[in-house]
Design a protein around this ligand. Sequence first.
Ligand code: E4P
Length: 217
Amino acid sequence: MQLFLDTTDVGVLKDLAATGLVDGVTTNPTLIAKSGRPMLEVIAEICDLVEGPVSAEVAATDVAGMLAEGEKLAAIASNVVVKVPLTRDGLIAVQEFAVQGIQTNVTLCFSAAQALLAAKAGASYISPFVGRLDDHGADGMELISEIRAIYDNFDFDTEILAASIRTPAHVTAAALAGSDCATIPPDVFAALFKHPLTEKGLSQFLADWAKTGQSIL
Ligand code: E4P
């Protein structure tokens, strides 16, 4: 399973990428606004730091605008994935991007029917928003399972990218449901390393080791 960071914070990205466990990055207009920096500059910097896919989202809502913006974003680096909203115009643009060999991530997916259309359009990734569905009183992880079943039934190549992840439990559940990838906020990514029993066990081992007075080196 590929693990992406959902961030535009380059400092945080550098820190977590140093673990060797970050396979890619996703961004969105809200995260760009939060960075307070020019979008093209941030995306270029992220692409220099990470070899894997880096999603950069268009702001236009019409086909011509999305194509023009997507082509500009894709020209930043070879690992840019153009992120497009799951709308009628968005899926028309996705088909054109596929013809041009530009990778796409279809975002704001909240139903299996939407995911089916995105796969038929030739999307490289589909981003079901698990946390926002949970917030809305639905079961976000059920959506991941439904999309997995549909994509397997028809051998679609579109990769499922579980998005709007809120907790480490979401990551585990997405992996169990067969999601190809998950995009994770930095605080949740950092929490994946931790368990209270790991910390407690390590303290005990270190205390006992100190009592031996030994040194391995
Ligand atoms: C995904 O591509 C989005 O950037 C992100 O996961 C949205 O998460 P949120 O619901 O926490 O804003």
